[in-house]
Ligand binder design. Structure first.
Ligand SMILES: Cc1ncc(COP(=O)(O)O)c(C=O)c1O
Length: 347
């Protein structure tokens, strides 16, 4: 029970907090990685912490199906599919966006786990929000007409309930940092729909943790004023959790400098940051979220926004399935093919 809300526990917790010696030496900081890519089901990732709370609420509502929304390659959708499979629920992901041309990456995993993917093609007429709303309504009607009880989970699992998963993670990180004697630590996390950031923010402040937090936006959706948007989300959580303290815009730190102008776009510099971490520490990031955040972290070391000697905890939020989607896999194949030596059979 957390702030009056129950969950179904299905994760491997605590996830490891590991020191990265080689990259720490290179960057002149003490870098740790919080392995929330190792949360368990469906190849893991941050959304599972949120889904523990949603599953409890869905079961309480008597649900027999989960319905969620996102981009065609949504990681959150894949993990919703994982939870549905594990707990015997039906599942549909509604996504507005072009068919990526092949069934791979998250979409392939969704189908493996028995989830239906409803890909709504933009018609240039109705807005994406309208198309999505219509498709969700249709999906609900379809389930209800066959006697099922659908339960809706918002994009990214990012509402007041979902953020509780990262309130809890904030407590976990605080305890691990104390155990490992990591003083004045700062978490760096990717920010998408913001539930991860907000859960951490509230969890850290509410428990008076010494750990600090910086978010790196992975798309322009947080512009022009990321702090104002965060304040709105915080206010919703404030009432829902009955917090006895308030936050102001200035308390939120979400950096908009490293999103490269779009959501889930292929970026050479981000790929290079991914190869760097893979080659130094055998940790695989994804190009949409963690790769952009890690690139941002390295730039922040260069600009001095992260100081030499600082203790940094990089939150690995998962998402590596995304490297197998053609938009990222094809440029990666191009980058990496020169190390593949094909020896012809000697005649
Ligand atoms: C791999 C990965 N990292 C980070 C995020 C960002 O989390 P949030 O949407 O809670 O900001 C997401 C969200 O989809 C994700 O899939």
């Amino acid at each position: 029970m957390l702030l009056g809300h129950e969950k179904v526990s299905f994760l491997h917790l605590p996830t490891p907090l590991d020191h990265l010696p080689a990259v720490s030496r290179d960057l002149g900081i003490n870098l740790y990685v919080k392995r929330d890519d190792m949360t368990g089901l469906g190849t893991g990732g941050n959304k599972l912490r949120k889904l523990e709370y949603f599953l409890f609420a869905a079961q309480k509502a008597g649900a027999t199906a989960l319905v969620t929304v996102g981009g065609p390659q949504t990681n959150h959708g894949r993990l919703t599919a994982a939870v549905a499979a594990k707990y015997g629920l039906k599942c549909t992901i509604v996504a507005v966006g072009a068919y990526p041309g092949e069934i791979s990456a998250n979409i392939l995993l969704d189908r493996m786990m028995g989830c239906e993917v409803y890909l709504v093609q933009p018609d240039g007429d109705a807005s994406e929000a309208e198309l999505e709303e219509r498709a969700v309504r249709e999906t609900f009607q379809k389930y209800e007409s066959q006697g099922d009880v659908p339960y809706f989970i918002p994009m990214g699992g990012s509402n007041e309930l979902g953020a509780l998963g990262y309130y809890e993670c904030a407590q976990e990180i605080t305890a691990q940092a104390a155990e490992q004697k990591i003083d004045d630590a700062r978490i760096i996390t990717a920010v998408g729909s913001e539930g991860t950031y907000m859960g951490l923010f509230i969890g850290l402040k509410d428990t008076k943790s010494p750990v600090r937090l910086t978010g790196i936006a992975i798309s322009p959706s947080h512009e022009p004023d990321a702090a104002a948007r965060a304040k709105g989300y915080f206010d919703q959580c404030h009432d829902f959790y009955n917090l006895d303290w308030v936050a102001e815009k200035e308390d939120f730190e979400i950096i908009n400098d490293y999103h490269w102008g779009a959501y889930n776009n292929p970026v050479k510099e981000v790929r290079e940051a991914i190869y760097y971490l893979a080659r130094k520490e055998a940790i695989i990031l994804d190009p949409c979220y963690t790769g952009k955040a890690f690139y941002g972290l390295m730039q922040m070391v260069k600009t001095g926004a992260i100081k030499q000697g600082e203790n940094i905890i990089f939150l690995h939020t998962g998402g590596t399935a995304g490297i197998n989607g053609p938009i990222h896999r094809i440029p990666m194949e191009e980058d990496l093919k020169d190390g593949i030596i094909i020896k012809k059979p000697a005649k």
